[in-house]
Ligand binder design. Structure first.
Ligand code: UD1
Ligand code: CA
Length: 510
């Protein structure tokens, strides 16, 4: 920027009492990032001489977010207010620049362009301070802008200090300012903690500048949404909603169809190609990249996943850290994770989990299967209910299946194991030995058929029933009354018919 004689100071030391949280306010997330990360990212492209962040609460965690974005942190301990925060930064600012752009770490929606405009307006206006303000229909909670007759700013009055005739001022302080530092420093020295919080308010510097005969200007933002400060949980939800809406709008502009857009959640770094359709309640998270011509159907969640062109992800599939090649199909109800790779045209169906595995071109696993630590060759068919038994209780072992293999349903592959190209595995096999190329493997108990057994058993049962239903011969003496059966008594065990018993014994001897 021409005349980039300024430093940026991000105020990020506060606790955020109104969130009622153990986490420092600026570390709370909205729109897929922490608040302070949004702010630092908006500031970075401005090309300032330096970007400082005043940190205090959970200082190390906040530093870990802003330092990689090029910020230098300054510790404010204890936190005695926004004015105090700037005083603490004074040493680090030194003589580095003529101006400071001050941005609160809890105003994540501000855009780079808006900040640039403010800095320009300040340099052109030749004021001691220029405040970014907004007109709000509901200004409650914000500091109000008191203007002078000539339109310049006389003071900022915090909510708790408002006089009766100031209550309907609806122009508010965004807490984003540009200061001419040589004018600001003397005023900061005069701040007094004479307010409800006993803090040094940066806002008080405005009246002090006026007392020094300096001019303070205001730049009204055309988009009041941008300066929303996330002070309470409801604000966080609102900020999140706006970020998500911005992201969806950008993608729709780029040719993506989004159905019921307000139900679709997309993280900021996600990319989606043109002519891709996102159905309701889809989530695209992290660094997910979806190519063009794809359909991501309802309820699916994709995280850190690369999706090439013309892929279909059917409803309610969960895919993370995976790669879906061109034309692949997934789901419904599939779970792909930790480096699952589908080569072009590969298909994974319902109730299939794939972990750290490659499915070759056109390979299929369509029903009720677990594929873990496996390499599956092209065009291989994995039958329903197949399990790669990759874990032996100590370590994970690999399964390698060649191409054009037919794995019969309900096969258990005890890893480590190798299956050669074009092999067949009989359904229900528990495979413990490698299978050569072109072989058929059958690894299951042999079936025995006993002709007529069932019919004979039925006859026996019928005969017993007949015997039991014949009337008993009446006894001459008076029958003893039978003891009443307790309802708790166990019924006598049912005996197998005699023939069946004999046959069973026979079969055991075989
Ligand atoms: C502040 C302004 C208010 C303005 C509002 C806009 C003051 C006194 N009030 O109020 O006029 O309308 O922002 O959102 O400035 N911080 C520090 N050190 C501290 C205190 C705060 O770094 O000692 C940081 C906080 O982490 C936060 C920012 O400064 O990111 C603003 O502080 P906050 O307490 O949110 O001020 P508000 O009450 O919102
Ligand atoms: Ca705030």
């Amino acid at each position: 920027m021409a005349g980039s004689d300024f430093v940026i100071v991000i105020l990020a030391a506060g606790k955020g009492t109104r969130l009622k949280s153990n986490l420092a306010k600026v570390l709370h997330r909205a729109g897929g990032r922490s608040l302070v990360e949004h702010v630092a990212r908006a500031c970075r492209p401005l090309g300032a001489k330096a970007m400082l962040a005043v940190v205090g609460h959970q200082a190390e965690d906040v530093a870990a977010v802003v330092e990689p974005l090029g910020a230098q942190v300054v510790l404010q301990q204890p936190q005695r207010g926004t004015g105090h925060a700037l005083l603490v930064a004074r040493g680090a600012i030194g003589q580095r620049a003529k101006y400071a752009l001050v941005v609160p770490g809890d105003a994540p929606l501000v855009r780079t362009e808006t900040l640039r405009t403010l800095v320009r307006a300040h340099q052109i206006g030749n004021a001691a301070a220029t405040i970014l303000t907004a007109q709000l229909t509901d200004p409650i909670g914000y500091g109000r802008i008191v203007r002078k007759q000539d339109g310049s700013v006389a003071a900022i009055v915090e909510q708790s200090a408002l006089l009766d005739d100031q209550r309907d001022i609806n122009e508010i302080n965004s807490s984003i300012y540009c200061f001419t530092l040589e004018k600001l420093w003397p005023c900061l020295g005069k701040l007094r903690p004479e307010n409800v919080h006993k803090e040094l308010y940066l806002t008080d510097a405005i009246a002090l500048l006026n007392q020094q005969g300096e001019t303070v200007l205001a730049e009204v933002t055309p988009d009041p949404q941008e300066i929303l400060g996330a002070n309470a949980r409801a604000d966080l939800a609102e900020v999140d909603r706006i970020f998500r809406q911005r992201k969806r709008a950008a993608l729709m502009d780029a040719g993506v169809t989004i159905q019921l857009p307000e139900t679709v959640l997309i993280d900021p770094e996600v990319e989606v190609g043109a002519d891709t359709v996102l159905e309701p309640f889809v989530q695209l998270l992290g660094k997910t990249r979806v190519g063009s011509g794809c359909t991501i159907r309802t309820g699916s969640v994709l995280n850190d996943t690369v999706v090439e062109e013309n892929v279909t992800v059917k409803p309610y599939s969960i895919v993370s850290a995976s790669h879906l090649g061109k034309g692949a199909q997934v789901g419904p109800f599939a779970h792909l994770r930790d480096g699952a790779q589908l080569r072009p045209g590969a298909r994974v169906g319902n109730f299939v989990e794939v972990k750290k595995s490659v499915l070759g071109e056109g390979a299929k696993a369509m029903h009720l299967t677990y594929v873990g630590d496996a390499k599956i060759g092209s065009k291989t068919n994995i039958g329903a209910g197949t399990i790669t038994c990759n874990y032996d209780g100590v370590r994970k072992n690999p399964t390698t299946i060649g191409k054009d293999v037919f794995v019969g349903s309900n096969t258990a592959l005890i890893a480590p194991i190798r299956v050669g190209d074009r092999a067949y595995i009989a359904a229900g096999s528990t495979v413990t030995e490698n299978i050569p190329v072109d072989a058929l493997a059958i690894a299951r108990g042999r079936q025995v058929n006993k002709p007529g057994w069932a019919a004979e058993r039925r006859r026996e049962i019928a005969a017993q029933a007949r015997k039991a239903s014949k009337p008993r011969p009446r006894s001459k003496t008076r029958a003893k009354p039978r003891p009443r059966q307790s309802s708790r008594r166990k019924p006598a065990p049912r005996r197998r018919p005699a023939v069946a018993r004999r046959r069973l014994k026979l079969s055991r001897r075989r």
